[in-house]
Design a binder for this molecule. Structure first.
Ligand SMILES: NC(=O)c1ccc[n+]([C@@H]2O[C@H](COP(=O)([O-])OP(=O)(O)OC[C@H]3O[C@@H](n4cnc5c(N)ncnc54)[C@H](OP(=O)(O)O)[C@@H]3O)[C@@H](O)[C@H]2O)c1
Length: 336
């Protein structure tokens, strides 16, 4: 009998999530029947979108999320013991995946992981996974950067932002980037950004004006809120904005939202700006195109990544909460 540790969501976070919103329990897995497999988590991804999931999933169910997992028991010839996959069973150490679940796949499915060496398997949750493709498609398809364009990126030391910075440089753009600590700013500069500022210790509008006196052509927005309010007037006419995330507002009570968007229609209309939001699964049919290109850039040394790894299953909530206090540089990962 395999015992699983599971983090349940037991309370809806009110504002910033706190450890008491989650509860660690143990459960016995059902036996592995014909066609089933049992997987053991190796790495967990903590991601800002999980804050939304905490509004949606039933209380007392496992917290939603992806992991790299190893097949430890198999009665399914397609999944050998010892093989790895990326899957979304949530914050669970061990999971029985039934033959039916494997067959149906669901939206996110069960993706076999090829041999990754010398890269760690955790990159499948970061630069060679969902965040990497968010940067790849969300930036290239929506911002349509051209050589010589000036690109603005916030949360630039994060999983998505750090990839956007580098993709923009690969495409011949000038990159202005913002992050929340000096250490993060230093790393983003090493990644090739032309001008980096700490948005917590400077005035965003003044920094952008100094760095881009002729304005911003492409804005990749991970943050929203006050940052965007200050950035928007610096967009050039016909500038393009990719609305990737708005992490500064994820704890807001959505039932009390008022008409206070940082996206002032006066600027958008008068400058003929193009704004487009997206969800990265929009490019599900082109998924491997993004991953293969990112991998090629990694091998060529044009794309670098960092991970902030929290050790231990018991620390998943801590790592998740840390996303909203800026604890991570690069991709936030938990090693089981
Ligand atoms: N649309 C999609 O399909 C999609 C897919 C993936 C991710 N996203 C979005 O992309 C953004 C980045 O995600 P990620 O996975 O790469 O996370 P991440 O950037 O690795 O981690 C979050 C970072 O956001 C910054 N942050 C946290 N609270 C903030 C606040 N109140 N104001 C300003 N910055 C804050 C912190 O960096 P600092 O120290 O620099 O503040 C923190 O380290 C998020 O908004 C996420 O929701 C969207």
């Amino acid at each position: 009998m395999v015992k699983a540790k599971v983090w349940l969501l037991v309370r809806r976070p009110d504002g910033m999530p706190v450890p008491e919103d989650f509860k660690l329990v143990e459960e016995d897995l059902p036996p592995c029947e014909d066609g089933d497999i049992i997987v053991e988590a190796e790495f967990f991804s903590v991601d800002p979108y999980q804050r939304y999931k905490a509004r949606e999933i039933p209380l007392n169910s496992p917290m939603y999320g992806s992991q790299v997992a190893k097949v430890i028991e198999s009665k399914n010839p397609s999944w050998k013991v010892g093989s790895y996959m990326v899957c979304y069973p949530g914050w669970r150490s061990h999971t029985l995946i039934t033959a039916k679940e494997l067959k149906e796949g669901g939206i996110v499915g069960y993706t076999p992981l090829p041999e990754m060496a010398p890269l760690p398997r955790s990159v499948a949750l970061g630069v060679l996974g969902m965040p990497g493709n968010t940067a790849y498609f969300g930036f290239l398809e929506l911002c349509e950067p051209k050589p010589g364009d000036t690109v603005l990126v916030n949360a630039a030391a994060g999983a998505v932002g750090s990839a956007v910075v580098q993709i923009a440089k690969i495409k011949g753009c000038k990159v202005i980037a913002a992050a929340g600590t000096e250490e993060k700013c230093k790393w983003v500069k090493e990644l090739g950004a032309d001008y980096v500022f700490n948005y917590k210790t400077t005035k965003v509008g003044e920094e952008i004006k100094k760095a881009a006196p002729n304005g911003i052509n492409c804005y990749f927005d991970n943050v929203g809120g006050d940052f965007t309010l200050q950035a928007l007037p610096h967009m050039v006419t016909k500038g393009r904005i990719s609305l990737c995330g708005s992490i500064s507002s994820y704890h807001n009570d959505r039932s009390k939202l008022v008409a206070n968007s940082p996206y002032d229609p006066a600027f958008i209309i008068s400058k003929s700006l193009r704004l487009e939001g997206f969800m990265v699964p929009n490019w599900a049919s082109r998924w491997m195109e993004g991953i293969n290109q990112l991998q090629e850039w990694l091998v060529q040394g044009k794309l670098k990544y960092k991970e902030t790894i929290e050790e231990g299953f018991q620390n998943i909530p801590k790592a998740f909460i840390g996303l909203f206090t800026g604890n991570n540089i690069g991709k936030a990962i938990v090693r089981a």
